[in-house]
Design a protein around this ligand. Structure first.
Ligand SMILES: Cc1cc2nc3c(=O)[nH]c(=O)nc-3n(C[C@H](O)[C@H](O)[C@H](O)COP(=O)(O)OP(=O)(O)OC[C@H]3O[C@@H](n4cnc5c(N)ncnc54)[C@H](O)[C@@H]3O)c2cc1C
Length: 317
């Protein structure tokens, strides 16, 4: 049985950033660099003091730039969104149910100009991989070994392949449902985590299409905006909720994102569907008496956690 303190679970962007900034022995993850989502989701590495510091630490040259966001209303594309637009975007992406809010916080939609870099998350991942050791493996089990009375910090036993590791400082970036599924002997853990959670999840699908085949309003917006958020009430005209403009091998594509309903007819350049949207209760940042720290959108089960939040949290601590 080996030891690793801290030990990072997961080797996506969150796991790699954590392993780098916490000086972890290594990160264990099945898909090094993270999921396919990065090709589809409009992922922007937001520029702030901490992300600038990270790129400087990594010796990664960059230029600053601004990503432009437009909002598609029933009357066309605009540069700003108001309280009703935010509410409509919530309804489109989260559905309408008894617990739906009457108002949604400002940061639910981005601002028109998002400060960023001329650098993709994929490039950040490549840079991190030069510094971080990764064991590419599927984790098979996680056991928390305490004295059942909570008198001392438990040890975490992590099993992958034929290897077993012990750690008192695990940084988990695996999705909350996956982490729980891997937990062995859950009933023994009551002292450390009294309330097992139901992890609610929403389906999302991404459709990559040639720019020529989308509604004219959207096509025209490609010249001015990087991303569009659809806040229109007309769902027949706009059956998708977000648009991401990308260029690939000289071709201009729109990635249309829908929540729930899937229409494969759109997807001339590939489609991706999955349970990508964490809903409902999120997970506490620290569990098991301090032995496990959950980091990032999937581990915290909070859709509003982005990569720059993770970077800030790590520099702040
Ligand atoms: C529509 C959408 C838009 C987004 N927009 C932004 C944005 O603008 N800016 C931003 O910063 N973020 C954005 N995000 C968030 C971001 O895309 C990711 O959700 C998140 O940051 C991915 O990083 P991660 O490392 O947490 O997860 P992942 O990349 O999914 O990595 C998880 C890792 O855990 C591994 N793993 C899982 N189970 C096991 C197991 N049993 N054993 C071993 N390894 C395992 C996986 O293989 C992978 O290596 C967006 C997300 C979505 C869905």
């Amino acid at each position: 049985v080996g030891r690793a303190d801290p030990l990072v679970l997961g080797a996506g962007p969150t796991g790699l950033v954590a392993a780098y900034l916490l000086d972890a022995t290594f990160a264990v993850g099945e898909r090094v660099g993270g999921s396919e989502l990065w090709r589809y989701a409009p992922v922007v590495l937001r520029r702030n003091a901490e992300t600038e510091e990270l790129l400087a630490d990594l010796d990664l040259p960059y230029r600053t730039r601004v990503a432009r966001v437009g909002f598609v209303g029933d009357d066309g594309v605009r540069d700003s969104a108001g309280a009703l637009d935010r509410l409509e975007y919530f309804r489109r992406t989260r559905g309408v149910e008894p617990s739906s809010p009457v108002a949604v916080p400002r940061n639910f939609l981005p601002e028109h100009e998002v400060p960023t870099f001329d650098l993709s998350v994929a490039e950040l991942v490549q840079a991190l991989l030069r510094f971080v050791d990764v064991v590419p493996a599927r984790i098979r089990g996680i056991a928390i070994e305490g004295d059942d009375l909570g008198r001392k910090i438990p040890r975490v036993r992590v099993v992958y392949g034929e290897t077993e590791l012990l750690s008192r400082r695990v940084v988990n970036t695996l999705p909350a449902p996956e982490f729980d599924r891997l937990l062995l002997g859950r009933d023994k853990l009551k002292h450390f985590r009294p309330t097992p959670n139901e992890w609610r999840v929403g389906r999302k699908s991404f459709h990559r299409v040639a720019l020529g085949s989308v509604a004219e309003v959207v096509r025209d917006a490609a010249a001015k905006y990087d991303h569009l958020y659809v806040v229109a009430l007309d769902r027949e005209r706009y059956p998708y909720d977000r648009v991401n403009f990308v260029r690939e091998s000289g071709e201009h594509l729109a990635v249309l994102e829908t929540n729930g309903v899937i229409n494969h007819a759109w997807a001339t350049h590939g489609t991706l569907t999955g349970d990508f949207l964490p809903l409902g209760t999120s997970r506490d940042p620290v569990e098991f008496g301090g032995a496990v720290r959950h980091l990032g959108r999937l581990a915290r089960w909070r859709a509003d956690v982005r990569i720059h939040d993770v970077v800030k949290e790590l520099y702040d601590a």
